[in-house]
Design a protein around this ligand. Sequence first.
Ligand code: FUB
Length: 351
Amino acid sequence: MMNKSNFCLLATFGLLIVSSDLVLGQKEATKFQPLVKDLYTADPSAHVFNGKIYIYPSHDVEADVPQDDEGGHFQMRDYHVYSMDRIGGKVTDHGVALDVKNVPWAEKQMWAPDAAYKKGTYFLYFPAKDKEGVFRIGAATSKSPTGPFKAEAKPIEGSYSIDPAAFTDTDGKTYMYLGGIWGGQLQRWHTGTYNKTLMTDLGKGHENEPALSAKVAVMKDDMLSFAEPLRDVQILDENGKPLLASDTNRRFFEGAWMHKFNDKYYFSYSTGDTHLLCYAEGSSPYGPFTYKGVIMNPVEGWTTHHSIVDVKGKWYLFYHDAALSGKTHLRNVKVRELLRDSQGNIITLNP
Ligand code: FUB
C-alpha cells in the first residue's frame, strides 16, 4: 500500500524523470541545429588549421532555375569561409572568400569546395563550369585560411568533374580526390575524352558493369597541379569484386572525402540518388577500398555531402540538410560527433 512519503517519493521521482526527459528532449532538438542561419550553406569541408576549425562550404542561392537531374538548380556564385574555436562555439563568417567574377576561366556553378595548407599558403579548390559548360577544378591561394583567395588563371590541368577533396597524409603528400556522376559529368569522361551526350550515367545496358569510380591524383609540391594522371578509386565488395553500377545503395556518386584513422584509409562518399553517406576502407590512399557501411542515413533534401575531421582527438561529421528552407537547393550545414566501434568501424547515424 502506498503511504504519503512513498507517494511523495514517487511523485518527485516521476517529476525528475519527466523533467530530465524534457531537458534531454530540448537538448536533442537543439543539438543538431544549422551552424549558419543567415545564408544557405552546403557541402561543408572542415579542417583544423593552427588549432582552429575552418569550414569551407558551398553558398547556396535562389536562382529560380527548375530542379533537374543535372543540378541546374545549384547556381552558386561565391564562397564564404567560417571558423569556430570549438565545436558548439560561435561560428564566424569571414565574408566572401572568392567570387566567380574573379575566376578568369569560370562561368558559373561554384559547387562543393575544399581547402589545404602547405608551407605558409592556403589553397582553396573548387569546381565550376567553364565557358563551354564543362566542369573543371580550380585552385586559388591566400596567406590566410579565411581568404580572400586569388584564383589561378586556368583550372588545374587534367582536372574535370566536381567535388575536390584534398587529403594530406602523415608523410606530407597531398592527394586530390574528385568526381561526381549525373550533373557532376564524371560519366562524360568515361573513355578519356569528353562526351557531352552522356547525361546522368553510362545509360541502359551498363547496369552490370563496374560502377564509375571517383578519381585521385597526388599533387605536385606547388599544390596547383597533379603530379600524375588521375587514377580510379576502386571500391570492392566483400568478395573483392568492384561494386556494380546497378548497386546504387553502395556505389560512388559524388562528394568524396578521405581521412586516416589508426593507419587505415577511410574513403567516404555520397550514393546520390539513394541519398546515403557511405565508407570503404583501404591500406593506401590510392585504394583499392573495401565497402564497409553507411555513415549516415538520408537527410532532409536530395543531396547529402560531408567531411570528417579530428578536432582535438574527437572525430566529427560535418554534413548538410535542407531543414531551414525545406528546399533541395537551399541547404544548411550541421555538425555532430562521428562514432566508431572498438574495431574502428563507423557507426551509422540517423539524422
Ligand atoms: O552543391 C552542389 C552539389 O550538390 C555538390 O557538388 C554535390 O556534392 C552535392 O552536394
